[in-house]
Ligand binder design. Structure first.
Ligand SMILES: [Zn+2]
Length: 64
């Protein structure tokens, strides 16, 4: 099952995962899970994003 493009996955510094939906990606960042190639949309300064499809923890590249 593909993650809808409107699904936003956030990993908080304490390790919890937030999943929300928004119609726009304004201010959001998108990366592909390197394991299953799913799109992961997030915002904020997170060092790691956990894919909810395959549970792979992706290192977030530094984005200026
Ligand atoms: Zn994945």
């Amino acid at each position: 099952m593909d993650i809808p493009l409107t699904t936003i996955i956030l990993m908080n510094p304490n390790g919890t995962i937030q999943i929300g939906t928004q119609p726009w990606f304004k201010g959001k960042k998108v990366m592909k899970c390197y394991q299953c190639q799913s799109n992961i949309v997030f915002e904020g300064k997170y060092n790691q994003i956990k894919c909810t499809k395959c549970n792979t923890v992706n290192q977030v590249p530094v984005i200026q």
